[in-house]
Design a protein around this ligand. Structure first.
Ligand code: GDP
Ligand code: FE
Ligand code: FE
Ligand code: FE
Length: 197
């Protein structure tokens, strides 16, 4: 386990864990610990700072259990895109939730904040850390959907290929379930999966 240097968050890892334990259900708390471990493994493989990956992995779902009203207030306060109001927690906990990580946990590192912002939908540009958090969330050792083993193998061979795999499969799932597609999800698909641009 890492001892934090406070370069990325003004808390010890133990203090952060305590805050997450209070903010999340037990199963969600255990998920973020597994995402942290997977993010650290992917960081080592891809020459990204392990402490940065730890903070990002632990904080990525910080806002997951917040009431809708908390997000709606922030969307208005920060004059975020009104389109967000047509979606719900699935999109808000990252796209808006990163502001809660910044305001409430004191994270200032823009790469970490972007990795939280983009962890659900991806984005056309994703730094190595953003790709790592996006993938660690998908392939952490508690996930057991059909194809997860293949996703792990692809991601450990090549991080960007993992991003393409997840993006394609998530979009297929959303369409098959008649879910509304957030435009950024389509932008991610066009950039990372459709090779013609
Ligand atoms: P989790 O927070 O660890 O459960 O995982 P994610 O943050 O990656 O995803 C949260 C939910 O958002 C999942 O159920 C995804 O299928 C869903 N999701 C991802 N992209 C979209 C989208 O474009 N539209 C909608 N409606 N849901 C999405
Ligand atoms: Fe999430
Ligand atoms: Fe995800
Ligand atoms: Fe998650």
């Amino acid at each position: 386990e890492l001892t934090y240097t406070n370069k990325y968050i003004p808390l010890s890892r133990e203090e952060l864990i305590e805050k997450l334990n209070n903010a999340l259900t037990q199963s969600r708390f255990e998920h973020v610990l597994r995402v942290e471990q997977m993010a650290i493994e992917l960081a080592k493989k891809n020459e990204v700072d392990a402490e940065k990956a730890s903070v990002a992995g632990l904080c990525h779902d910080y806002a997951k259990q917040r009431p809708d009203d908390d997000f709606i207030q922030l969307i208005k306060k920060y004059r975020l895109d009104d389109l967000l109001l047509q979606y719900g927690n699935a999109i808000w906990h990252g796209e808006v939730g990163y502001l809660m990580v910044q305001n409430e946990l004191g994270v200032t590192d823009i790469d970490i904040l972007n990795s939280i912002k983009h962890h659900t939908t991806g984005a056309t540009y994703m730094s190595k850390l953003e790709q790592i958090v996006y993938m660690a969330d998908y392939i952490e050792m508690g996930r057991d959907f059909p194809g997860v083993e293949e996703a792990r193998e692809i991601t450990f061979n090549n991080l960007a290929d993992g991003v393409a795999y997840q993006t394609k499969h998530t979009l297929q799932y959303l369409i098959s379930a008649n879910k509304p597609i957030y435009p950024k999800t389509i932008d991610t698909y066009n950039e990372w999966v459709n090779g013609s641009n």
